[in-house]
Design a protein. Structure first.
Length: 219
């Protein structure tokens, strides 16, 4: 049952995307002085790494990079991508505040379940409302909030999904950052600025905090 659940929520990349991404991961892994290396042994205490930020900020890219590094180091890890999760588990939900919160809470429930079973869960979700993120933090406990603080003008330039163009033209309403608020984290454990730092640098920041929390859990 659990395997079936994870196979539905884990992102799948097309072959041409995977090859380029694999090269980036290889570059990260070869920079041994930059990326923290974990030495897993025995039972793991799970934790949740929650990446939040605007659409196009770089959440999924960082999530996959951290995930690959963890797997390379023998750590149990899974990714929960909010877009894929919504399609699989919340297709009936719209984009009102209440419905967004409901989808985020469902993500949090699955992340908490996996965390309790010793998995390092990496969540990539806009999750725009601070109170809901804080609620999930309180529920999970072992929780690292990563604010991917890419400015909206940079996100608009990237616009991988074409959402900002649709929002500016009036075709799409309720886009976070345009006509729906995004409430920035007040005290995240990690702040990544993908417009100023490399993927390796962002990955290093997240891995540093993961390493610290795992060390505390074993002490």
């Amino acid at each position: 049952m659990a395997g079936h659940l994870l196979s539905k929520v884990r992102p799948i990349r097309r072959p041409h995307q995977l090859s380029g991404f694999s090269r980036m991961i290889k570059n990260i892994m070869t920079q041994r002085n930059d990326v923290v290396r974990l030495t897993p042994s025995g039972k793991f205490d799970g934790l949740t790494v929650w990446l939040t930020g605007l659409s196009g900020a770089g959440k999924s890219t960082i999530a996959e990079a951290v995930h690959h590094v963890l797997l390379e180091q023998g750590c149990p890890s899974e990714i929960l991508d909010a877009d894929i999760f919504r399609k699989s588990f919340s297709p009936e939900l719209g984009f009102s505040r209440e419905e967004r919160d409901q989808n985020v809470r469902r993500l949090g429930y699955v992340a908490n379940l996996l965390t309790k079973h010793g998995v390092i869960v990496i969540v990539a979700a806009i999750s725009p409302y601070r109170a809901t993120r804080d609620e999930i933090r309180q529920t999970i406990g072992r929780f690292i909030e990563v604010y991917v603080a890419t400015p909206i003008d940079i996100c608009e330039q990237r616009d991988v999904k074409g959402l900002y163009k649709k929002a500016r033209s009036g075709v799409l309403r309720g886009l976070t950052g345009i006509d729906d608020p995004y409430e920035e984290p007040t005290n995240p454990e990690v702040r990544c600025e993908t417009h100023r730092e490399t993927l390796s640098e962002s990955t290093q920041k997240v891995m540093n905090v993961i390493s610290c929390l795992l060390s505390v859990g074993r002490s």
